[in-house]
Design a protein around this ligand. Sequence first.
Ligand SMILES: Nc1ncnc2c1ncn2[C@@H]1O[C@H](COP(=O)(O)OP(=O)(O)OP(=O)(O)O)[C@@H](O)[C@H]1O
Ligand SMILES: C=C(C)CCOP(=O)(O)O
Length: 267
Amino acid sequence: MLELVLIKLGGSLITDKNQPYTARLETMQHLVEEISLVRQQNPSLKMIIGNGAGSFGHQSAHKYNTINGVVCDAEKLGFCLVHQDVLDLNVLLAKYFLQAGLPVVSLPPLTMAITHNKKLLKADFSVIENCLQSGLMPLVFGDVVFDKAIGGTILSTDTLLAELAKYFHSQGNYQVRLINAGNYPGVYDQNRQVIPHITPANYSQIKAVIGKSASVDVTGGMIQKVEEFLAISRLGIDCWIIDGNISGNLVKAVLGQPTLGTVIRAF
Ligand SMILES: Nc1ncnc2c1ncn2[C@@H]1O[C@H](COP(=O)(O)OP(=O)(O)OP(=O)(O)O)[C@@H](O)[C@H]1O
Ligand SMILES: C=C(C)CCOP(=O)(O)O
């Protein structure tokens, strides 16, 4: 069995979500160093990296209401501007990976996925497969996508990584896990204590305390994330939500060692 870890570097972590268009460059560099350490310690582990849009794409996506459709000329221009914003942030991150000697290839989801009324309709992940087979690291991100019903919308990194996790899990030769590193220590309960485990069995008691992002965010914040991850956890894909600011946390989580945070699993 090959081990595949999908890693989301949250927009809340790699940008300051309360300051439009403000990247956290030192944090990016540090996260890249951690992923570099993982590769040194386990060269056979496959990784797919995804980065959130943070205070880049969420700003323009909010301004143009892109998630709800792309019909008029202003919305069409908005679609292109959002795409450019997510590319701009992704380029900053990609450069750190390449400087560290990690073979990442930036792959815009716009070119691989189509939705219908915001739900994934078709996806072609062959380029991601080819990357993994060639020993390269696919680097994806939340993006605009064409939508058969409403013209265009937003596909979040969380949704894309969950789809990719399902896709590779269904092939049967990968043991798949997902790690979400953010600017939060995990999922909080009503007393701001981190909930260690979320399962389909305890979710109904926890749900009420999980909400949207406090910043400009069009893709649903923590509640959307937890529900995406809960859905794939039912297939046996374990998902961790961890604090990416704590040095060494990402390395431990990706290598499968005990890590502080919230784990979402089937039981
Ligand atoms: N119970 C909760 N526990 C933790 N965070 C919560 C909770 N309820 C709401 N939130 C909010 O959700 C935010 C996390 O969602 P957000 O989508 O901003 O994260 P991200 O994936 O890192 O960012 P991006 O979407 O830009 O990639 C937190 O910063 C917090 O404001
Ligand atoms: C806002 C855009 C374009 C992408 C959102 O992706 P996310 O930051 O992973 O939720």
